[in-house]
Design a protein around this ligand. Structure first.
Ligand SMILES: [Zn+2]
Length: 450
């Protein structure tokens, strides 16, 4: 048993002082005592670690490398996707693992303590399965273990190149599986996470563009979380309407057993009826605000979703941002620009947007990860983030005001210590193995982009 001591901590019932948190050898919280004494001191103010509900780790290596105008102009998500396909042909398993380790160490240092890895880069650069068909997925698990971040591994089923049955293009060859190959990858991952309390398994039909109705039905019975991209782009919605007579979210609500196991990534373009219908199912809207801004996807209908009682969490997707702070800030400030208002994420009961966004992301992120986390409470994973309340961006702020300052003030990082499954992985704002992880990442990047 280990015990931690927090001078101030955010518990499910609110802020508390002198909190003693007991953690067993497996990394689970066994007791939380207010006014308790003793234990390893955590510096600053302690909040639950934030779950990241959407990542394609390899894209960390191309973040910032896809910004240039195309010769013909008119750039969009679709021209970005062509550049992404070209660059992702470069990676072997060693490279993918080194890039993922760098990314996960960065995420940890900003306060993400778990990641849902939506993994579709399955095969070799020619599109042939590796000797172990789950090789690439296992490399991501290895990177998670090397950094200490918790992981929900989501092998992604990708078979088609466009809505319901268009054959894939050459750029998609590394992603492709039929159902047989797909289930082999899922089983490989199941074996790889057996006995690991820091990991879980889910499934992910990539989108209505890449998986057929029959394939989505085949994955719907999975016991665990089910993630799918939906309604990210206007053109995707239009193609879906042309092919099926339904919009993507509308199609899913009518044809798949959507419930609280499901996570719809982006869900940017929804009608009021889709918002109400999806919110009623208890499914999570998986928002990736910095990526959605980077790709020109659109702005999520946050007030309408919240009014409908919808659940949401955040992810970093293409990794132009790697911090919860940046996702929260982008989510709230994009609403301000659209609605010409402020404090959009709040309500009377939760008047501070920093706190409101954190609470939403903890609840939705935990649900989307399919793991017991997101709260400092007995029975949960011991995942916490200590924020330095003496940091220049936060000094003089307390409790919910401090969370507002964390999200909305400045560029530097006030996260000091991060604990995952009861183990310290970030100290003094830096990952404990940052030097070795960065050295390996630098070598890979210099070779890939020489
Ligand atoms: Zn994505």
């Amino acid at each position: 048993m280990t015990a931690f001591q927090a001078r101030r901590a955010l518990l499910p019932e609110g802020w508390a002082s002198d909190v003693r948190i007991e953690v067993d050898a497996g990394g689970w919280i066994t007791a939380v005592e207010k006014g308790g004494k003793g234990g390893e001191a955590l510096p600053g103010v302690v909040v639950p670690g934030v779950p990241n509900l959407h990542s394609h780790a390899f894209q960390r290596a191309i973040a910032g490398a896809t910004e240039r105008r195309s010769p013909s102009g008119g750039d969009s998500f679709w021209s970005w996707r062509e550049q992404m396909y070209r660059l992702c042909a470069l990676f072997g398993p060693e490279d993918a693992e080194a890039v993922a380790a760098q990314l996960y160490a960065e995420m940890l240092s900003w306060g993400f303590t778990s990641v849902a890895e939506f993994h579709y880069l399955h095969h070799d650069p020619d599109g042939r399965p590796y000797a172990d068909i789950a090789e690439m997925a296992k490399r991501h698990l290895a990177a998670a273990r090397a950094t200490g971040i918790g992981m929900t591994v989501l092998p992604c089923l990708y078979r088609y190149g466009g809505i319901f049955g268009r054959e894939p293009n050459h750029g998609q060859r590394r992603f492709l599986n039929d159902l047989d190959g797909y289930w082999k990858i899922v089983e490989g991952c199941r074996g790889a996470i057996a006995g690991d309390d820091n990991a879980a398994l889910g499934v992910a039909p990539h989108s209505l563009r890449a998986a057929s109705a029959e394939m989505i039905a085949a994955l719907s019975g999975f016991e665990g979380v089910i993630h799918i991209h939906a309604a990210e782009q206007v053109k995707e919605v239009e193609e879906c309407v042309t092919a099926t007579g339904r919009r993507p979210v509308e199609w899913l609500l009518e044809n798949a057993p959507i419930d609280a196991r499901w996570v719809l990534i982006h869900a940017t373009h929804m009608t009021q009826a889709e918002i109400a219908g999806l919110a009623r199912t208890g499914a999570v809207a998986g928002l990736c605000p910095t990526t959605e801004a980077s790709l020109g996807d659109g702005i999520f209908a946050l007030p309408e979703w919240r009014a409908a009682g919808g659940v949401l969490g955040v992810g970093t997707d293409s990794h132009v941002g790697t911090s919860p702070r940046d996702e929260f800030r982008q989510l709230e400030t994009s609403q301000r620009l659209k609605l010409l208002g402020r404090a959009v994420a709040t309500d009377e009961a939760m008047p501070h947007p920093g706190r409101a966004l954190l609470e939403m992301a903890l609840k939705g992120g935990a649900q989307a990860s399919g793991r017991k986390l997101g709260a400092i409470a007995p029975g949960m994973r011991a995942d916490f983030v200590a924020v330095d309340d003496l940091h220049p961006a936060l000094i003089g702020r307390k409790d919910d005001e401090l969370l507002d300052a964390w999200v909305f003030n400045g560029q530097s990082n006030p996260v000091s210590t991060v604990v995952v499954g009861g183990k310290r992985v970030v100290e003094g704002g830096r990952h404990i193995r940052a030097e070795a992880i960065e050295a390996r990442f630098r070598k890979v990047m210099q070779r890939l982009f020489a």
